[in-house]
Design a protein around this ligand. Structure first.
Ligand code: FMN
Length: 238
């Protein structure tokens, strides 16, 4: 049984990898990632997930093309944001080949909303819109952690779940109409070591018993935090 130290090492080791070696990923790795997915907690144990494993280069390239086409509109949207509020990606001109395109495997996660009928009635009527994505987030995290434990790199790719890419990718992969595309995980052998990133200290967001108002972050502090994240800094000060 893994102890806390081992667990902490694993969660610290898991980082988003956005550049991959061209080497193919043997089936055994993918099977292990998917095996871990089985045990993720889900609302009422509904396990509403379906995972499509894409290795075929032409299919991956088509998915990247679909994302790039959608990103052209995202770029225009990003330009409507005040300059000082923009994420670096808002200013990245569309086109080019994103790093994830070269990952040997895309694991595309779909949710089946019919499984929401497993929830107790109160949750079914009130919370179902959030319970399914929470369950899918759990399964994804298990998969990313499994990849890290295997020495692999992985990236969480949100762009595929935008409305147009979602519809086109569903059509491309023959996905049943009622499924939703949650997000895509790409995995492979890492070809980069990510820089340290800003991680909040636990005491900053932990409140003993009730909310500690002395820890309330002013709008200015929040803005500085967001700026540090956007600048890719490891601390707010540097
Ligand atoms: C819900 C969610 C969506 C994300 N979407 C993307 C994405 O579309 N593209 C990307 O490069 N990283 C994406 N990420 C990765 C985050 O940017 C990353 O986890 C965060 O910057 C912290 O870095 P780390 O993963 O190296 O710890 C996503 C992560 C989560 C949890």
């Amino acid at each position: 049984m893994i102890d806390y130290e081992g667990f902490l090492q694993l969660v610290q080791k898991r980082r988003s990898i956005r550049r991959f070696k061209p080497d193919p990923l043997p089936d055994d790795y993918v099977n292990k990632i998917v095996e871990a997915a089985r045990f993720a907690p889900s609302g009422a144990n509904s396990q509403p997930w379906e995972i499509v494993v894409v290795r075929d280069k032409a299919t991956k390239d088509r998915i990247v093309e679909i994302v790039n086409e959608a990103n052209a509109s995202s770029y225009k949207l990003g330009q409507t944001r005040p300059k000082e509020e923009r994420h670096p990606a808002d200013d990245r001109p569309p086109g080019g080949r994103p790093g994830f395109a070269d990952a040997p495997v895309f694991l595309i996660l779909f949710g089946d909303p019919r499984l929401e009928a497993t929830y107790p009635l109160s949750a079914y009527t009130m919370n179902r819109a959030s319970i399914t994505p929470s369950s899918l987030a759990n399964v994804f995290l298990y998969m990313h952690l499994a990849a890290a434990s295997l020495g692999l790199g992985s990236q969480w790719v949100t762009a595929t779940s935008q409305p147009l890419p979602q519809a086109l990718i569903k059509q491309l992969l023959g996905i049943p109409r009622d499924y939703t595309l949650y997000d895509t995980m790409v995995a492979g052998f890492p070809d980069q070591s990510p820089r340290p990133r800003l991680v909040r200290p636990a005491q900053e967001f932990t409140h003993a018993g009730r909310y500690d108002t002395s820890k309330y972050r002013s709008d200015d502090q929040v803005k500085k935090f967001i700026k540090a994240i956007h600048d890719g800094r490891a601390t707010i000060a540097d």
